[in-house]
Every structure is written in C-alpha cells, then in structure tokens.
Design a protein around this ligand. Sequence first.
Ligand SMILES: Cc1cc2nc3c(=O)[nH]c(=O)nc-3n(C[C@H](O)[C@H](O)[C@H](O)COP(=O)(O)OP(=O)(O)OC[C@H]3O[C@@H](n4cnc5c(N)ncnc54)[C@H](O)[C@@H]3O)c2cc1C
Length: 386
Amino acid sequence: MLDDETDFAEIREAVARLCTDFPGSYWQEKDRARAYPTEFVDALTRAGWLSVLVPEQYGGSGLGLGAATAILEEIHRSGCNGGACHAQMYVMGTLLKHGSEDQKARYLPAVASGALRLQAFGVTEPTSGTDTTRVRTFARRDGDSYVVSGQKIWISRAEHSDLLVLLVRTTPREDCAKPSEGMSVLLVDMRDAVGNGLTIRPIRTMLNHATTELFFDDLVVPAENLIGEEGKGFRYILDGMNAERILIASECIGDGRFFIDRASAYARDRSVFGRPIGANQGVQFPIARAHVQLTAAAGMVDKAARLFDRGQACGTEANMAKMLASEASWQAADMCVQTHGGFGFAEEYDIERKFRETRLYQVAPISTNLILSHVATHALGLPKSF
Ligand SMILES: Cc1cc2nc3c(=O)[nH]c(=O)nc-3n(C[C@H](O)[C@H](O)[C@H](O)COP(=O)(O)OP(=O)(O)OC[C@H]3O[C@@H](n4cnc5c(N)ncnc54)[C@H](O)[C@@H]3O)c2cc1C
C-alpha cells in the first residue's frame, strides 16, 4: 500500500502553494462577514483543481477520486476550506453517469472550464430529513416542461451556482410499487429560475457555509433537463453519494492534520513551568492519540477511493471512511483547543474557526447514526430498523 501522504506529491505541493495566498486572515474576514470566498474559488478554478474528475474529452483532466482527495486534503490541511466549492468537483458526476450525450456535450466543457458553476444539489427537505423517499417537492409534467413546487433546506452554494441538480417526486409515493421509485433528477438553470418560481433564502449557521433554503412555486423547467429516466432519480442520487462521502472524508483528514500540525508546533514552543508544555505526557499523549486515529482513518479513506477508482462497490467503505475521518478530525479539533489553552479561543489562531467547521461533518452530508445503520444492515446483515 502506498503512503497516502506521498501519493500525488506534485498535486499536493501545488495546491499547498496556492493556499499560501489565502492565509488565516483571509478566512477570518470571510467568516466574520459570512461572505463567500470568491477569490479562493476563482484561484482553484483557474488552476484547474476543480475539474480533475471531468473526463479529458469534456475538457477536464480525467483524474480519479484519489487525486481529488489529495487536493481537498491539502486545502484543509493548509487552514483553507473546500466547502465553498468541493461540489463543483463531484455534482457533475450525476450528469456524467446518467445524462444524455447531448446534455454532457452541452454542459460538461463549461463546467470543466469553470464558465458554468454546477455546485448545488437539492435533496434535503424540512419534513423528510434523512428519509429521502419522503421528499415532497413535486414536478408535474406539462407538455414540454415540468412544473416544480415544494421546498428544500440546507442547499449549499445555491447563490453561487448557475446550475442545480434537483431531486423531485414525479409520481406520488403512494402510487409507486416501492418508496424509492417515482423520483427524478432535474437540472435547473438557476440563472433563469430565480425570481421566476424559485426563491433562495440564506440560512446563517455556526460556520461560513453559504447554505440556503429553496422555495419552488410553479417553477417551469424544460423537460429536456430531465437527467436519465423519469422515476429512477433516487438511484442516480445514491450513485453520487459514495464520491461525496469519500471527498468529505478527505477534507476531515486535512482538518485533522491541520489541528495536529498546529498543536504539535504550539506544544513545542509554548513554555510554562520552565519547559515546553509538549514535554508533559498529559499534553503530548492526546496529540499522539489524535495522530494515531487520524492515520487509521486516512487508511480507510485511501481504501475507499481506490475501490471507487477501480469501479468496485465501495458503499460500506465510503461510509466507514466518512465516519472515521469526521470523528478523528473532531477529536483532533478538541485536542487542539485544549493544547492551546486560552489561545485556542482566539479568532486569530484559526483553531476555533476550524473547530466549528469540522463539526459539520458528523452531521452532513450524512449523520453518523445513519452510517452505523448502513454498516449494521448492509455489511453485517442485522435486521433493518426502518
Ligand atoms: C451546513 C449544511 C450544509 C448542507 N448542505 C446540503 C446540500 O447542499 N444539499 C442537501 O441536499 N443537503 C444538505 N445538507 C443537509 C444534510 O445532508 C442533512 O442535514 C443531514 O443529512 C441530516 O439530515 P437532517 O438534518 O434532516 O436530520 P434528521 O434526518 O432529521 O436527523 C436528526 C438526527 O436524528 C438521527 N436519526 C434520524 N433517524 C434516525 C434513525 N432511524 N436511527 C438513528 N438515528 C436517527 C440522525 O442521525 C440525526 O443525528 C446540509 C446540512 C448542513 C447542516
């Protein structure tokens, strides 16, 4: 097995170099204003880092998920945050895998160049929660169009995306043989939609994540924007989730390395009682433990990415990677605050910001209990509880 830190060494080095232009002060300012890091996203787009998963025939670099995990891990290790744009990497996967040749030729080259931002996906609804088959946003067919009504919540980057991959019901749940049938995926052009049946309302959260609520009121979407077959949308969305979970897990690994790097440096430098605090085992053991746990989690992320890139089943591994990495980064975050004492709470150290940011990943894109439920029923054959 390759060492995950030396894999993609050139990519890592180039991404880390780009990130030096976006120091803590940049992120602190954005965080304070809850502003979108446009300059950072533009720099990543120009450098081509957001289009690595787009095949070469459509203008991307056609690399695998392993390369994408290296990019996001380095962004997060550098103290930056990929949450503003990571979805530009993988939301196009639904189009790539299930879209028509016409749709791919029309959209993917512009997504690869960054001319079109495809980084919003709308699944979650206020009343359905994680029980996705209960989504109520409905698209009624009317001639050459669908007419969409309903509501989505926690839809990130909607204000900073041109296109939205939207999961809707096209057949009422009660009329379907299975609850997972009767859902479809539409590609919504938000440049036309906002003000014409789509309203976006930002939600202020404990971290700067540009997340929103969407209200659909008879929004007309051309029927040609249906991705794949009507009624099969749930499967298309599930297909994209493994990539998302593995990539988010790599961000957690980057966060964890950030916390461990910062805590180690501080514990070496900070002297109290006439010696570095890191000489005390009470301080160094939590740092070492965080490193051990993060290294184990990184191994699982690496394994899941390799399975994905070989086209093998990786649902359980992607889930386990996300759970282990999000728990390891959270443990490292807590350790880092403790190591810094009072300074861990000071904005200028970036620890408290990263602490808030990394907490998200035990809830989104999927919460830990739902991962445990997947592992229990899919990997271990235990009875289903829902
Ligand atoms: C900042 C942010 C950004 C997001 N971005 C997006 C986005 O871009 N697009 C999108 O579609 N969604 C997005 N989400 C939504 C996210 O995916 C959901 O919040 C997450 O999947 C959890 O769903 P929920 O909030 O509805 O929780 P619920 O489903 O209501 O669950 C609440 C709690 O109960 C637990 N729980 C529920 N059912 C069970 C059960 N049967 N057994 C055990 N425990 C259970 C869950 O684990 C969770 O801890 C985002 C969320 C946040 C906070």
